[in-house]
Design a protein around this ligand. Structure first.
Ligand code: ADP
Ligand code: MG
Length: 681
């Protein structure tokens, strides 16, 4: 059906943020002028004509040409989307939210009215929303309640070249949806015929593999937008730089001391490198002569509190140079005002799932060379508002030998959650018309996990439990734990823990230089059973403080205990949404087990069965469902403890395989659990 009722579990806020009040302020006039100057503006009429005449349009354009912000507005103004909303998908949350903010300013409407966004656990839209920026994951979720996406008359798949798993699933589904919705009227299914309005698809990308998308959509028309908005001068280093953090620091200070004002954006692979570069830049900045500009450092990475990332977009104070240290979350889609210089280390971290049958069963996160397409995107960030400069900390030869673009995610990540979602849609991943087919091993691995969780039966058929799991906006193991908590009457506790684990930032601030102080400060939360109950203790303690103290006292309390208040605030909101899902599923979310917390661990155990390991005689832990030896992560409260059996949230592979988020569990749990599973299967 095509009604616009809430189909996801996201928060709905009223749309009331300050929007621009007068439409004639100089700033707004300049903004509209800037829109008209974008390269894409010249092709506007032709573009709309093409979209009007074709079911699918592939649009290629250099970064900064105006695709993401302008095309949805053109479609809106042209009336092409009269029967529904315009969805614009983004691989990343921060892109979706920041683009919605920008475009609502351009539309001179408050965020959440004409222009809104929808990302996991956060939504800003209303019944009047016409353009919705959303993550590719959110729209794939919406398929569950609206299988033909009737709510939308245009779906714009942006940054399609990133080929995230969700984008690939969306692209495949859109093809069949369009076939159904665009059938000639008299062929449409009886009864539904009037409700179905045709669907337009626009695939947008900045790089060169347009042909592949076009072929997939029956040789869809490809359009090109010419011209970057502003030139970016690119310098390569003369020799390779093995210590890229050090090289980045030197390059930064060369810019800072020699070059005219303008902010600097440095691309690094991950949080550790960002922290280490932040420290060394701060150290050296203090030693500069006092007539040099100040340096303001803004880290930007996915695991950071959302508010911290938003800081990046605020205006740089006078006589200051902002230095943004970012992972590839700043690589595409977004514009960071003020950035004139980009330093590209040429590295990024890539998540790759090692299928259980190849001896893995876990995600690896390794630093590797970026692709040509990433390098071009990174350089593009310097030319958004004026001409810019990009310093590549690698040689031109190295650039030339880079892969053209990244391997599609579907070939390298865990498929568990997606296979479950597809099963709910009555689809099998193996049979889907995909642009690239995943590995057999990785499908088998996901099917096994789903079977172990009880989501699939022996014939790979979806069970009622599986369907219930899919109704949670969570990874299947977490959903399974919540459902298990019903039988143990401890849903309140389990929801607290899962909510914290689902927050986008980490609860426990971990700065390696303060490890001892941190351990002392958090001593009182430590639970002998491990990290999950430690999280629960910290969350409970926070809520007691939150109930009785002022906002500033609360903040101070968090600071003193090295807790990230953002994570706690976000967790409270997530918990609220999970409670609603529980209520709909008839699970009593108020059920609590009181002092005896053993049921909590058991509930978690039901979700984390495949994430378990037994202690070996030699003191190491061996995976129960794999061959690997794992170590307990140094950040865990169980770090140097020996317990007979553990469950863990995740394995990360750096130079060793570490289990993170660890709890001790009775070995007998697995024996009874396996027996139960066998009986039920
Ligand atoms: P594309 O998708 O083709 O890369 P966008 O539509 O994202 O281009 O952006 C086009 C231009 O709009 C940018 O080059 C920049 O000048 C301007 N712009 C976009 N977002 C912002 C923002 N948040 N702040 C300031 N300028 C912006
Ligand atoms: Mg874009």
């Amino acid at each position: 059906n095509g009604d616009a009722s809430s189909s996801n579990h996201s928060r709905r806020r009223s749309s009331g943020t300050a929007g621009p009040s007068a439409s004639s302020t100089p700033r707004l006039i300049a903004l509209q002028e800037q829109r008209r100057q974008l390269p894409i503006a010249q092709g506007k009429d032709a573009l709309i004509e093409e979209i009007r005449n074709n079911d699918v349009t592939v649009l290629l354009g250099e970064t900064g040409s105006g695709k993401t912000t302008q095309v949805p507005q053109y479609i809106l103004e042209s009336g092409l989307a009269e029967n529904g909303q315009i969805a614009v998908t983004q691989p990343r949350k921060v892109a979706a939210t920041s683009l919605a903010t920008r475009v609502s300013t351009e539309q001179q409407t408050p965020l959440g009215s004409t222009v809104g966004y929808s990302v996991r656990f956060d939504e800003r839209s209303s019944s009047s929303t016409r353009i919705k920026y959303m993550t590719d994951g959110m729209i794939v979720r919406e398929l569950l309640s609206d299988p033909l996406l009737n709510k939308y008359s245009v779906v714009i798949v942006d940054e399609a070249h990133e080929r995230t798993l969700r984008t690939d699933l969306l692209i495949a589904n859109l093809k069949t949806i369009q076939k159904q919705r665009n059938r000639p009227r008299d062929e449409k299914g009886k009864g539904n015929a009037d409700k179905m309005s045709p669907l337009k698809i626009v695939v947008m990308s900045a790089t060169l593999d347009a042909e592949k998308f076009s072929k997939f959509y029956h040789n869809a028309k490809i359009l090109y937008v010419k011209g970057r908005q502003h030139p970016v001068k690119i310098y390569h280093s003369a020799s390779s730089q093995p210590d890229y953090v050090d090289a980045a620091m030197r390059t930064f200070f060369q810019i800072h001391t020699d070059q005219p004002p303008g902010d600097v954006l440095i691309f690094l692979p991950g949080q550790e490198d960002i922290e280490s570069l932040e420290n060394s830049i701060k150290l050296f900045a203090n030693q500069l002569p006092c007539d040099t500009m100040d340096v303001l450092i803004c880290p930007m990475y996915a695991a950071q509190a959302p508010g911290q990332n938003a800081k990046v977009f605020t205006q740089t104070p006078t006589n200051t140079r902002k230095c943004i240290l970012a992972t590839n979350i700043a690589e595409t889609s977004i514009t960071i005002p003020g950035v004139k210089y980009v330093i590209d280390t040429g590295k990024s971290k890539e998540k790759r799932y090692l299928a259980r049958d190849s001896g893995g069963g876990f995600d690896t996160l390794l630093t590797k060379d970026i692709t040509k397409s990433s390098a071009m995107q990174r350089a593009g960030r310097a030319g958004r508002e004026g001409s810019g400069v990009c310093f590549r900390l690698y040689t031109e030869d190295a650039f030339n030998s880079m892969e053209l673009s990244a391997e599609p995610e579907i070939l390298r990540v865990s498929l568990t959650a997606s296979i479950l979602q597809l099963k709910c849609l009555g689809q099998d991943l193996e049979e889907l018309d995909l642009m690239d087919k995943p590995d057999f091993d990785s499908i088998i691995s996901a099917l096994k996990t789903l079977w172990l969780l009880g989501a699939l039966d022996n014939n790979k058929k979806l069970t009622p439990l599986g369907r219930q799991m899919a109704s949670f906006p969570l990874e299947p193991p977490h959903a399974r734990s919540i459902i298990a908590s019903q039988a143990f009457a401890c849903t309140a506790e389990v929801l607290n823990i899962i909510a914290v684990l689902s927050s986008s930032s980490k609860l426990f601030v971990d700065v390696s230089t303060f490890r001892d102080e941190i351990a002392t400060a958090r001593q009182k939360f430590r639970h002998p059973a491990g990290d999950h109950l430690t999280i629960l203790n910290a969350f409970r303690a926070y809520e007691e403080v939150a109930d009785s103290e002022s906002k500033s006292a609360r903040r101070e309390w968090c600071r003193k205990h090295f807790l990230n208040e953002r994570a706690l605030l976000e967790a409270k909101e997530i918990r609220e949404q999970l409670r609603q899902v529980c209520a709909r599923a008839g699970i009593d979310w108020k059920a609590t087990c009181g002092e005896n917390e053993d049921p909590v661990i058991r509930s978690l155990g039901h979700g984390l069965t495949m994430n378990s390991a037994f202690l070996q005689p030699d003191g190491s832990y061996r995976q129960t469902m794999g061959q690997s030896i794992v170590k307990i992560h140094p950040g865990s409260v169980l770090c140097d403890k020996k317990v007979p059996a553990i469950i863990y949230d995740e394995l990360i592979y750096t130079n060793q395989i570490y289990a993170r988020g660890v709890s001790s569990i009775l070995k007998s749990f697995f024996v009874t659990h396996a027996a139960l599973n066998q009986r039920n299967a």
